[in-house]
Design a protein around this ligand. Structure first.
Ligand SMILES: [Zn+2]
Length: 193
């Protein structure tokens, strides 16, 4: 029995063991994002990563573009390579708290990000979305952020190939540079900082 138990433990969980209703949605299971949160506390603006990032260099903060009311950065813990987040500069929690100007620019930056990711990574589709509140899965519920997750029909393209290793920090820097270089209208000002 011990051998059997050990084998079971080694096999891990399988979806066959859980009741479920299948649907067409992809899941963004990202428990590793919990490292943003210590002791279950949501960050105060003074130590909120999305408030701190704009004060850092683009390279250090993995920022690919800065707007007037919102900015775009790579997710430090991507679901997919090129996983971007669009954040207002203000520390507001939910979409209904964003000003019309912030809503407009978040939308505009999302559109540009989709075009840039399509151009530089040849992705086939996207998952866009905002998790509103911790109950809805937001890792940093106190600071609004929209996810832009590129998707590929096949994994035989540029980003998955270069992401085929776990050397994430350096690769994130490379990916940031690729996206920043592809961002329009800034004459490369975001590119190599
Ligand atoms: Zn914040």
């Amino acid at each position: 029995m011990r051998g059997s138990d050990a084998a079971d433990a080694g096999a891990g969980e399988t979806s066959d063991e859980f009741a479920a209703v299948p649907d067409a949605f992809q899941r963004l299971w990202t428990p590793h994002r919990m490292v943003y949160i210590q002791d279950g506390q949501q960050p105060h603006p003074d130590d909120c990563p999305f408030c701190i990032a704009p004060g850092l260099s683009d390279e250090k903060a993995l920022i690919v573009a800065r707007g007037t009311h919102a900015y775009v950065l790579l997710n430090l813990f991507p679901y997919n390579t090129g996983h971007l987040l669009v954040c207002p500069y203000r520390h507001v929690a939910t979409y209904d708290q964003a000003t019309p100007q912030e809503v407009a620019e978040i939308g505009e930056l999302t559109q540009i990000a989709m075009r840039v990711l399509t151009q530089v990574s040849n992705c086939d589709g996207f998952n866009l979305g905002m998790n509103q509140g911790r109950i809805a899965g937001a890792g940093i519920a106190e600071h609004l952020h929209q996810h832009i997750v590129p998707r590929w029909a096949l994994d035989s393209n540029f980003f998955p190939i270069i992401a085929g290793t776990k050397a994430i920090p350096r690769l994130l820097g490379d990916v940031r540079r690729e996206i920043a270089n592809g961002w329009p209208g800034v004459a490369g000002s975001n590119a190599d900082r």
